[in-house]
Ligand binder design. Structure first.
Ligand SMILES: Cc1cc2nc3c(=O)[nH]c(=O)nc-3n(C[C@H](O)[C@H](O)[C@H](O)COP(=O)(O)O)c2cc1C
Length: 442
């Protein structure tokens, strides 16, 4: 019996794994984060597994942690997504390519050009993950002394989105006549000059890139505070959610879909994909042993750094054996801080236990056999906790290969996931409409 709706699967690559110890696991390609030969193979394997998208996080500074922890990070060096993804576009044919782009530190004209170019050269497979940037150290690399205020970052993000999408609509889809006889390359009546003048940006336009194949690249959003949810409801077509217990995810799902409806949009045109670390084994015992081994490879210094980042407060002086003391609100990620306070309270953790818990990966995890993992994913989908997942792999290449070779066939066998791509664009994979051009009727 086919499922009533199918999962969408993104692969969350940073560019490889979120787990701190991924590169220390036996058999790992330790340099995979910065080695194109490996990344090419991963993208091609994910395409064989019919994934919707290869999803790349981005950070505009090394992680904001003491060097004792930073020296243990396998993600300290990574490619600029807008250099890596065009290269991956050339060696793949169907898989979507989503890159993170910061509305706090980039300029709308630059960003609009790059994503329109990626969409054209990938034949309609680009997505833009709108982030306001959580790492406060990024400010130090862009001529500022401190991170922009959280509320201002989100106001700027909203205007940034208006400018970028307005620039993508500069040319009508049929603007280019390229009439050799008359010598007219495009019809000037089909070119719109934006002339934007707002609180943060003054941009004349038009964009010097044709309208993207998909109309607009798919709009993705990550950030889960009240402001983040509202931005998602008004603009996003995919939300990268942090995951967590299913009850919390159901509340998030219902809230963001209700906000989307209230914003006058169709909630089914916004797909919510929580991140999920998946560790698969032939048996439960094997999967649990893999998880135990992976987590045991996380150094306590990394755990403490992860806790400090999530709280937005230096936790290194806290008593490891006491409960978490009160900490101030943060200007970094408000949703990340709340998630950690919730984990500490729910599990009654001491500071030391909390740091250990967060040190590898502290979010949603599915650990088990292909059947038990598919059971959990199905329960999330059918329980309206998600529309799919951003899969995180525990180590590379094994974690990725095992997901594609063991879990994907199980999902396909249950009718929960596609056996073949039906369309060619990322929008088609996700079942999203092509946005009309706001300045020109079709
Ligand atoms: C699941 C998730 C993934 C994120 N990925 C990135 C990223 O790749 N790069 C980045 O600079 N910020 C990233 N962020 C940070 C958000 O864009 C946002 O700036 C931050 O979470 C603060 O907003 P919030 O309080 O609404 O969560 C991510 C946030 C979440 C929740």
């Amino acid at each position: 019996m086919p499922a009533y709706r199918q999962l969408h699967l993104g692969a969350f690559m940073r560019p490889v794994s979120i787990h701190t110890a991924w590169w220390r696991y036996p058999g790992a390609s330790t340099d995979a984060n910065f080695n194109f030969a490996h990344l090419k193979r991963f993208a091609q394997t994910l395409e064989r597994g019919k994934f919707d998208a290869f999803f790349m996080a981005d950070h505009l500074a090394v992680l904001n942690m003491p060097v004792a922890a930073l020296k243990r990070s396998g993600t300290v060096t990574s490619f600029d997504p807008m250099v890596l993804l065009p290269a991956l576009a050339a060696v793949t044919e169907r898989i979507g390519l989503i890159a993170t782009g910061s509305t706090t530190f980039d300029a709308p004209y630059n960003l609009a050009r790059k994503f329109a170019s990626l969409d054209a050269l990938s034949n309609g497979r680009a997505g833009w993950n709108i982030v306001t940037t959580s790492n406060p150290d990024a400010a130090l690399n862009f001529g500022m002394d401190e991170h922009m205020d959280h509320a201002m970052r989100y106001r700027r993000a909203r205007e940034f989105y208006e400018v970028v999408t307005g620039l993508w609509d500069s040319f009508a889809d049929n603007a280019f006549s390229r009439d050799v006889e008359s010598g007219i390359f495009f019809d000037p009546a089909k070119l719109h000059t934006l002339n934007h003048d707002g609180e943060f940006f003054k941009v004349r336009g038009p964009l010097n890139v044709a309208r993207p194949v998909q109309g607009w690249p798919v709009i993705v959003q990550a950030g889960a505070s009240g402001d983040g949810r509202q931005l998602a409801a008004e603009t996003a077509e995919v939300v990268f959610a942090a995951g967590g217990p299913i009850g919390v995810a159901q509340e998030f799902y219902a809230d963001v879909k209700a906000r989307t409806r209230a914003a006058g949009r169709n909630p089914s045109h916004l797909k919510i994909l929580p991140g999920a670390l998946v560790i698969v084994g032939e048996s439960m015992a094997e999967a649990n042993a893999k998880k135990q081994l992976l987590d045991s490879l996380v150094h306590p210094d990394s755990g403490m750094a992860a806790l400090s980042i999530a709280l937005g407060t230096d936790a290194s002086g806290f008593d490891l054996n006491a409960p978490l003391p009160p900490t101030p609100d943060t200007n970094d990620s408000k949703s990340a801080r709340e998630r950690v306070l919730d984990i500490a309270a729910r599990n009654n953790f001491t500071v030391g236990q909390l740091a250990q818990y967060l040190g590898g990966y502290g979010g949603l995890q599915f650990v088990g056999t292909p059947a038990s993992i598919a059971d959990e994913m199905q329960a999330w989908l059918e329980g309206d906790a998600c529309d799919g997942f951003n899969i995180m792999f525990p180590t590379l290449p094994a974690g990725l290969d095992e997901f594609v070779d063991m879990v994907v066939p199980e999902l396909q066998g249950r009718g929960l996931f596609r056996k073949e791509y039906e369309g060619t664009t990322l929008r088609e994979h996700l079942g999203l409409p092509r946005p009309p051009n706001r300045f020109f009727a079709a």
